[in-house]
Design a protein around this ligand. Structure first.
Ligand code: NAD
Ligand code: ZN
Length: 353
């Protein structure tokens, strides 16, 4: 194991029952198994998934009690005896996919997010809302030393997820992409990745603050769903020929936009579902889907290569989305703001306070 001094107790945010709240308390520091590393988490982004997990929104059971968080950036302080590829002192990150079997036919083809037996950080295993978190060495994100740990944290879920979703959309440089929920955590990063990939961005969200942020991040149009009389027409009007965008990224946390996207996507366009509102279903007219040759698909996080590429975009200075830092003890306040849709960009918690 290691020579670094590791405490036996640490501060963490623990969800003790479905519906919350998260409770700030001291818990034991875990010990890594043979193929695992222990990361001293410095910062962790707060994803809407963490709120879904606490509220029991999805048809998948969480561990209980559990420590949430899956955008954890920190320093490796211990490693199991089988771990060769990660050194003590390396920067590393806890992602949503904490581990996968590496043996099934999905893992064999680097589609590890589809592994039927995954370990999910902050859901089926404890995540990064604690000072010391465990990750499978094969899966932890490798973070270059020149990256700021607080700024890189949101890349570990939001960034890599939207980067992967943009690739899944098949949109090419010069084409238009509509980003629905562009003012949120995933959305703000999606605007930046889309811009870096040479796409024109039509941002859709609610409120002036989010509109200003989207414009500053590089969106060419902003459609305020809370004010627009006809979102479908507004989105089409934002494309040069009026036929609608080539791709739509659905990052919103409400069901309505999932039904609307097929009305404004361009013929032969691709709708990528990423947001996961509770109890939501997709509905699209079969007739239009056929005669306009529309593709509707899902995209779920990304694999290890997507992670490395998304971090590399960030390292090269191509990605800078706004985030606010608060102490880990204030996590429940962040959840409250998130529930009200009041967060423009991302919150990152500092585990030292
Ligand atoms: P967030 O709360 O930061 O952002 C959601 C945004 O959606 C908000 O800005 C909100 O105003 C906006 N919105 C709500 N209704 C809207 C509407 N009708 N039209 C346009 N915008 C609307 O949340 P986040 O952290 O960015 O996460 C977004 C979703 O993505 C969550 O459901 C989360 O669980 C999911 N997610 C999925 C994956 C994946 O792999 N597929 C990965 C991470 C997160
Ligand atoms: Zn997430």
């Amino acid at each position: 194991m290691s020579a670094v001094q590791i405490p036996t107790e640490q501060w963490a945010q623990v969800v003790e029952k479905t519906g919350g709240p998260a409770v700030y308390k001291k818990i034991p520091v875990p010990t890594p198994g043979p193929d695992e590393v222990l990361i001293n988490i410095k910062y962790s982004g707060v994803c809407h998934t963490d709120l879904h997990a606490m509220m029991g929104d999805w048809p998948l059971a969480t561990k209980m009690p559990f420590v949430g968080g899956h955008e954890g950036a920190g320093v490796v302080v211990a490693r199991g005896e089988l771990v060769k590829e990660v050194e003590i002192g390396d920067y590393a990150g806890i992602k949503w996919l904490n581990g996968s079997c590496l043996n099934c036919s999905f893992c064999q083809q680097s589609d590890e997010s589809l592994c039927p037996n995954p370990l999910l950080s902050g859901y089926t295993v404890d995540g990064s809302f604690q000072q010391y978190a465990i990750g499978k060495a094969a899966h932890v994100a490798r973070i270059p030393k020149e990256c700021s740990l607080e700024a890189v944290a949101p890349i570990l879920c939001a960034g890599l997820t939207v980067y992967k979703a943009l690739k899944e959309s098949g949109a090419r440089p010069g084409q238009q992409v509509a980003i629905v929920g562009a003012g949120g955590g995933l959305g703000s990063l999606a605007v930046q990745y889309a811009k870096a990939m040479g796409l024109h961005v039509i941002a859709i969200d609610g409120g002036e603050e989010k509109g200003k942020m989207c414009a500053s991040l590089g969106a060419e149009d902003y459609i305020d769903f809370s004010k627009s009389k006809n979102v479908v027409q507004d989105v089409k009007n934002a494309t040069p020929d009026g036929f609608g965008p080539h791709a739509v990224l659905l990052l919103a946390v409400s069901e309505g936009p999932f039904h609307q996207a097929s009305e404004y996507v361009r013929s032969r366009g691709v709708i990528v579902c990423v947001g996961m509102p509770a109890n939501a279903f997709l509905k699209a007219p079969v007739f239009d889907t056929v005669v306009r040759m529309i593709t509707i698909k899902g995209s779920y996080v990304g694999n290890r290569q997507d992670t490395a590429e998304a971090i590399d975009f960030f390292r090269r200075g191509l990605i800078a989305a706004p985030y606010k830092v608060v102490g880990l003890s204030k996590l429940q306040d962040v959840f409250n703001l998130m529930e009200e849709g009041k967060i423009a960009g991302r919150y990152v918690v500092d585990t030292s306070s």
